[in-house]
Design a protein around this ligand. Sequence first.
Ligand SMILES: *Cc1c(COP(=O)(O)O)cnc(C)c1O
Length: 465
Amino acid sequence: MNVISNHMPTAELQTLDAAHHMHPFTDGAALAKTGARIITAANGVMLTDSDGHQILDAMAGLWCVNIGYGRYELADVAARQMKELPYYNTFFQTSHVPVIALSAKLAELAPNDLNNVFYAGSGSEANDTNIRLVRHYWAIKGQPNKNIIISRKNAYHGSTLGGGSLGGMPKMQTQGVPVIPGIHHIDQPDWWSEGGDKAPEEFGLERARQLEAAIHELGADRVAAFIAEPVQGAGGVIVPPSTYWPEIQRICDEHGILLIADEVICGFGRTGHWFGTDYYGIRPHIMTIAKGLSSGYAPIGGSMVCDEVAETVAQGGDFNHGYTYSGHPVSCAVAMENLRIMEEEKIVENVAQETGPYLKAKWESLASHPLVGEAKIVGMMGSIALTPHKESRAKFAAVAGTVGFACRTRCFANGLVMRHVGDRLVISPPLVITKAEIDTLIERAIKSLDETLEQIKADGLYKVG
Ligand SMILES: *Cc1c(COP(=O)(O)O)cnc(C)c1O
């Protein structure tokens, strides 16, 4: 077998990696200098790197390893499926057992009448599908000009040309995107950064009503859909004020706009409910799913579509769209096994009733740390905003993200993966994290915050910018 051994020295692996591997979302020159951290194994919530360090993965990989690492049941199912039927396509009126089983299971789990699944290989691809799906839907209904999609600034909807165009992070709106015309961005409901003197509830309403203003400006006959993450993930785990989603729902209903909930992170238990949609009580026409669907053990994504939209599209002749790996049998079988484990072990219920509240109390207590302004958490996705002055929610006297990056670096050194988004630190641990592991997570986070505070005081950065 030609597998690169884990026992090759780290430096050699790093050299090969830097020489031949172009990394996503990475400064290649900077990486070549430092060398990549190489993860060789994982179990539960713990990663092992090539030097034998144990690291608590409070990000569940990239928000996806919901059932934790090391569940051999998924590996066994994948091996069995590969032997029985490794691949067959779902184009041109063919199907196979794993895709049929998974579709029926997802229809059962999804809220309301989101009973139909169009598969993709990832969340980005699924959002590309959504762009085509909603435009095609309105065209079939005789409104081809109803094709504008409203999204939000600082949203993340993936990194393909479509996903990147839908997204609203300034850095993601460069280097070749946006390219899809007819996408309009409104402001995000980020009270901490943008709420000024307003109360959060008032600010939430105001930001929701930007959707209504945009619909009036563009014309309801031009707006096909609104897309949003129930809780923005990659944007920094921005939990919207309580007034936001009910108002968005009202506006979509009143103006006949399709609502797309991008559930790629929020879905599959992350919020303590099966979907973020359940948590907020909203009624999307389409949900984007990926990540936790297979707990990251195999690549799979998709769009869950309500009956009316699916029936309309079915009446529209060929839908000229699909991916070679739409409904890949191995990924579907792995996703089925993942969902079986989640249900049998009551993982979502446990997050809602036991570990979620336990983590919430500990996480929110971080707000009393001198470096932390607010601590937000829904289920098992949380964030803290770092600030030199809580009352004014001030920014540091340093380039945005400098302090966040410093803290993230301290976390790594202390055996904890937290991610920084600017000067916010975010967590999204495996949903199976135990109370004892939550204690470890919080201890390491506090140690890292303390060390960061010392460091930025020494560097003269603990002051308002
Ligand atoms: C990760 C993510 C995507 C993109 O999914 P990929 O599988 O990386 O293509 C889309 N939407 C949201 C909300 C995500 O977090």
